[in-house]
Design a protein around this ligand. Structure first.
Ligand SMILES: NC(=O)c1ccc[n+]([C@@H]2O[C@H](COP(=O)([O-])OP(=O)(O)OC[C@H]3O[C@@H](n4cnc5c(N)ncnc54)[C@H](O)[C@@H]3O)[C@@H](O)[C@H]2O)c1
Length: 374
């Protein structure tokens, strides 16, 4: 750990669609310095570096040789996550990875072990768990706003990301589909509220074996669908609460971010787990109106988890959006996938430490790293 006020040097690995939001935010946080853009497509890496004023661009291997890079932000496709994360850890870099942590739990656990052995940090998306929406909800629930939490109901449905993503094939392969691509948002929020899952059951459905890219230079290209595109799951949490989730790329009617947490006294309607902001509403038993509650916290967008991790790198501690939480969510999704295939109840065994809530005035734009000597 460099015990200094120096901003943490960051390399972004994978300069595709989501790198825009990351790079916009990461280059705006004073505690970070983005020094390298890497991609197997060198043109993409150079373009993003030029667009966001990042001094260097090249391959992942070149990024890993840069002494200024302390933290690698892995924004590659799910099938490449483990390989890139493992290479970065082997080069003594801490890693923030997009979800899922890996394609399977065994590989995810191996990555956590590699990070631990090397004394490095491993954080995992989604960092919407750090946004104003969930942070406010957690403070409300901890303060007794709904009584004792009992159940959750979540719904995410849309026609499928091939309608907007220019290269959507990976979203219909192992490691994605609505369960692995969108499930992490909902399951991370629920795990952060209820604690660890204990067992799951689910059914899945796939309406068609091929889809067609709708937008971008490859519009009209047909590709194969390899995973269920509609999943209906129930999750029983070890502390007692139960949740029902629908995750679907099969509905012409988009419905996003339906999350209701019900306790003994009231129901709390949360914002979209794929967002950092949004409205929180409370409906107490015996009332027939929703009450809109004020939210507080950061709404900057993707990259907050990288910043939280960078501050932990300098100041000690663990990232809140941790690899352990990412592994638990991965194991839960894998168990749901197995339940779909086997028509069985499946156990979930991994554990994680519940991340502490952030201060309501946690400020990503503040210069937070202080030189211990000053
Ligand atoms: N697109 C979104 O809205 C979105 C939102 C949140 C999270 N994510 C997650 O972010 C990740 C990337 O998604 P995306 O939509 O940006 O995908 P993308 O296909 O647009 O971009 C991925 C980039 O990674 C590069 N890449 C692939 N394998 C590589 C390797 N081994 N080494 C270096 N570079 C490699 C590709 O060349 C490409 O530029 C995924 O895990 C996805 O789940 C995407």
């Amino acid at each position: 750990m460099r015990a200094s006020a120096e901003p943490v040097g960051v390399a972004v690995a994978g300069c595709g669609t989501i790198s825009r939001e990351y790079l916009r935010n990461l280059t705006s946080f004073p505690d970070l310095r983005v020094v390298f853009c890497a991609d197997i497509d060198l043109e993409r890496a150079k373009e993003q570096a030029a667009r966001y004023g990042v001094p260097e661009a090249g391959t992942v291997a070149q990024a890993l040789r840069e002494p200024d890079v302390e933290l690698v932000v892995n924004l590659t496709i799910p099938a490449a996550h483990a390989e890139v994360t493992s290479a970065a850890l082997a080069a003594s870099k801490s890693v923030w990875t997009e979800k899922p942590l890996a394609l399977d739990t065994v590989t995810g656990q191996r990555l956590l072990d590699e990070a631990d052995r090397a004394g490095l940090l491993l954080g995992c998306a989604p960092d919407t768990v750090l946004g104003a929406g969930l942070q406010t909800a957690r403070r409300l629930i901890a303060g007794g706003a709904i009584g004792v939490p009992q159940t959750a109901l979540t719904l995410m449905q849309n026609p499928g990301p091939e309608r907007w993503h220019p290269d959507p094939e990976f979203l219909f392969q192992r490691g994605a589909g609505p369960l692995f691509d969108i499930g992490p948002y909902y399951l991370s929020w629920l795990a952060t509220i209820f604690g660890a899952a204990g067992q799951v059951a689910a059914v899945g459905h796939r309406s068609r074996d091929t889809r067609v890219i709708a937008k971008g230079p490859r519009a009209g290209t047909e590709f194969r669908v390899e995973v269920p595109t509609h999943v209906s799951a129930i999750v029983e949490y070890r502390q007692g609460p139960v949740a029902t989730l629908v995750l679907s790329f099969e509905s012409p009617l988009p419905r996003h971010g339906f999350v209701e947490i019900t306790g003994t006294e009231a129901t709390l309607a949360l914002p979209d787990p794929n967002r950092f902001d949004g409205e929180i509403r409370l409906r107490a038993t015996g009332t027939d109106e929703w009450q809109v509650l004020p939210t507080s916290g950061a709404t900057d967008g993707r990259g907050l988890g990288v910043l939280d991790m960078a501050r932990a790198l300098r100041g000690g501690g663990r990232p809140r959006a941790s690899g352990e939480l990412g592994l638990h969510v991965l194991e839960t999704m894998e168990a749901i996938g197995r339940s779909v295939a086997e028509r069985s109840f499946e156990p979930v065994r991994s554990a994680f430490s519940l991340p502490e809530t952030l201060d309501p005035d946690w400020d990503p734009k503040a210069r937070n790293l202080v030189n211990p000597a000053s």
